[in-house]
Design a protein around this ligand. Structure first.
Ligand code: RNT
Ligand code: ZN
Length: 464
C-alpha cells in the first residue's frame, strides 16, 4: 500500500500512550488490589460470586471451543475514542454564541450541563471510571481554551489545547481531534471547503491546516498518533444545478489542507462522508463515493459514520469492502433513528454486526473505533457510559464467537446449522463474562453503574 499513514505503533490501533494512567481516577484505584484473577492482565479484585459465575460461563464457552480469557485480554487492549461533544451538547468554549448549524441538532435540556472545560473534564473522568478498559478522548477545535481571548479558528495553536494535553498526559489518555467546520458565521451559507468564494474556502483550509498541527502536537506529546478527522457540512437542501463544481472545489481545498507532510506517528488524517443532513437533504458534496475515492487516492483514513447512510444501508457490510482499498478505517459508531443520525448507541443488531466484522476480519489493529452521538434529553454522562459499554459488549460478544465453527458450516453449505448456532449464541451466559470483565478492570457491573451516576447527579450536577 503506497504512502500509507501508519502510526508509530502500527501493530495496534494507537493506544500505547504516555502518562500516569490511573492517577486521575481515584475511584478505580480504590477498587484495585493484588489478588489474582483468572483473566490474566490488569489484575483487579473480583468478588467471589462474580468469579464463580465467570468460571461456569468460561466452561460453557470452552465447550464451543472459545477461550474467554483470551477474549478478555483482546478486549482490554481495544481502545474506544470517546467524543467530548456528548458531554456538553457540542457547545465548546469559543463563546461566540453561534448556533451549532451544519445540520447538527442536539435535543433535550437535561440539567447539569458543564459550563467550563474543567467541569467537562470532571464529567468525562466520571464516565471513564464507569467504562472498563483504557480509552481515548476525541476533541473538537471549538473546545480550545484561549483564556478569554478571541482567537480565529484559522489561528488556533497547540498552546490553546495545553490544558487538554496536560490532563490527558496525567490520565494516560490518547487524544483524537476534529477541525470544527460549523457553528461559525463563515459556515452559515452551508458551505465551507467547497464554498464558491475562494476567501471563505481559504479561511477553512487554514483552519484545517492549524488543526492538523494541533493533532500532531497531541500525538507527539502523548506518544500515540492522533486521528484528525475532517467532516464538513457542505450541501444543498434542494436540487442543485451543479453537482460537479463543488466536488471539484472540495478536492482542491482538501489537497491544500493536507499539503504539509506530518509524521504519521503523530497525526493521521481521516475524511468523513455523509449521505444527507438537516438542510442538505438533496446533495452533500462529501458523499461516500467522493471520500472513498479521495481516501484511496490520497492514502487517508476513511471515516464511516454508522448514521450517515440510507437507513437500509449498513456500515457492517462496508468494512470488509473498504478495507481492501484503504489501510485504516475510523468508525463513528452512532445510531440512526428516522431523520436523526446521532442517537445514543445501544447493543443493537447492527452494533453487534459491526463488532463481528471487526473481529472476524482481524481488523482491530487497522480500525479506530470512535463514538459519535449526542443526546441532551438524558444524563449526558450516562449517555457516554451506555454507548461505550454497548460498544464494548458488542466487541466482547464478537470475541466470544466460535467463528471457525460457523465458517466451517458455511463452506459446507450447512446454512441450517449456521443459523441454529447463531441463535444458540444469543442465550450463552455472556452477562457473567461481561460483569467479571467490568469488575476485574475496576469498573462497576452492569447493574451498578447507574447508582454512581445518580449520586454524581446529587453531589455535583445539581450544583450547576
Ligand atoms: C456530522 C458528523 C460529525 C459530527 C461531529 C460533531 O454529521 O457525524 O462527525 O457529528 O464532528
Ligand atoms: Zn460522525
Amino acid at each position: 500500500m503506497r504512502g500509507s499513514q501508519r502510526g508509530r505503533d502500527s501493530g495496534g490501533n494507537g493506544n500505547r500512550i504516555r502518562g500516569r494512567g490511573l492517577a486521575r481516577f481515584p475511584e478505580r484505584q480504590v477498587r484495585r488490589n493484588n489478588r489474582a484473577c483468572n483473566c490474566g492482565s490488569a489484575i483487579l479484585d473480583c468478588t467471589l460470586s462474580s468469579q464463580a459465575a465467570y468460571s461456569l460461563a468460561r466452561e460453557r464457552y470452552a465447550g464451543l471451543g472459545v477461550d474467554s480469557d483470551t477474549a478478555l485480554r483482546k478486549l482490554s487492549s481495544t481502545p474506544l475514542s470517546l467524543h467530548c461533544w456528548q458531554g456538553d451538547d457540542i457547545g465548546g468554549f469559543e463563546g461566540a454564541g453561534e448556533d451549532i448549524g451544519g445540520g447538527l441538532a442536539v435535543t433535550g435540556n437535561y440539567p447539569g450541563q458543564p459550563r467550563t472545560p474543567d467541569e467537562l473534564r470532571r464529567d468525562f473522568e466520571k464516565a471513564l471510571s464507569l467504562i472498563p478498559g483504557r480509552h481515548r478522548l476525541n476533541l473538537h477545535a471549538i473546545y480550545a481554551e484561549t483564556g478569554g481571548k478571541t482567537v480565529g479558528r484559522d489561528e488556533l495553536l497547540p498552546e490553546h489545547f495545553a490544558a487538554w494535553t496536560d490532563w490527558a498526559l496525567d490520565a494516560g489518555l490518547g487524544i483524537d481531534f476534529n477541525p470544527t467546520f460549523f457553528a461559525h458565521p463563515l459556515a452559515n451559507d452551508g458551505f465551507t471547503l467547497a464554498h464558491p468564494d475562494s476567501s471563505v474556502r481559504r479561511f477553512w483550509i487554514n483552519h484545517g491546516q492549524a488543526c492538523r498541527r494541533i493533532g500532531a502536537s497531541f500525538g507527539n506529546a502523548l506518544g500515540s498518533p492522533c486521528v484528525t478527522n475532517v467532516w464538513i457540512p457542505d450541501g444543498y437542501k434542494d436540487l442543485p444545478a451543479d453537482r460537479k463544481a463543488p466536488r471539484r472545489l472540495l478536492v482542491e481545498s482538501l489537497d491544500e489542507l493536507f499539503r504539509e507532510p506530518l509524521d504519521p506517528s503523530h497525526n493521521l488524517d481521516a475524511v468523513e462522508c455523509k449521505l444527507f443532513g438537516l438542510g442538505s437533504e438533496s446533495y452533500v458534496v462529501g458523499s461516500h463515493e467522493f471520500y472513498l475515492g479521495y481516501a484511496i487516492s490520497r492514502c487517508k483514513v476513511l471515516c464511516l459514520d454508522a448514521g450517515h447512510f440510507h437507513p437500509t444501508e449498513v456500515v457492517s457490510d462496508k468494512i470488509s469492502s473498504v478495507l481492501l482499498w484503504v489501510d485504516r478505517l475510523l468508525l463513528h459508531v452512532s445510531r440512526g433513528v428516522r431523520w436523526d443520525s446521532d442517537h445514543v448507541v445501544i447493543l443493537s443488531d447492527e452494533l453487534r454486526e459491526i463488532a463481528k466484522e471487526l473481529v472476524r476480519g482481524g481488523y482491530l489493529p487497522r480500525v479506530h473505533i470512535g463514538l459519535d452521538f449526542f443526546d441532551a434529553s438524558i444524563n449526558r454522562i450516562a449517555a457516554w457510559v451506555i454507548g461505550s459499554r454497548a460498544m464494548l459488549k458488542a466487541l466482547l460478544l464478537a470475541l466470544l464467537e466460535p467463528t471457525a465453527a460457523l465458517r466451517e458450516m458455511e463452506v459446507k453449505g450447512d446454512y441450517t446449522g449456521r443459523l441454529a448456532m447463531q441463535e444458540q449464541l444469543l442465550t450463552m451466559p455472556f452477562g457473567a463474562i461481561w460483569d467479571y470483565y467490568c469488575e476485574s478492570r475496576g469498573a462497576p457491573q452492569e447493574s451498578a453503574w447507574i447508582h454512581e451516576i445518580r449520586s454524581y447527579e446529587r453531589t455535583v450536577l445539581s450544583g450547576r
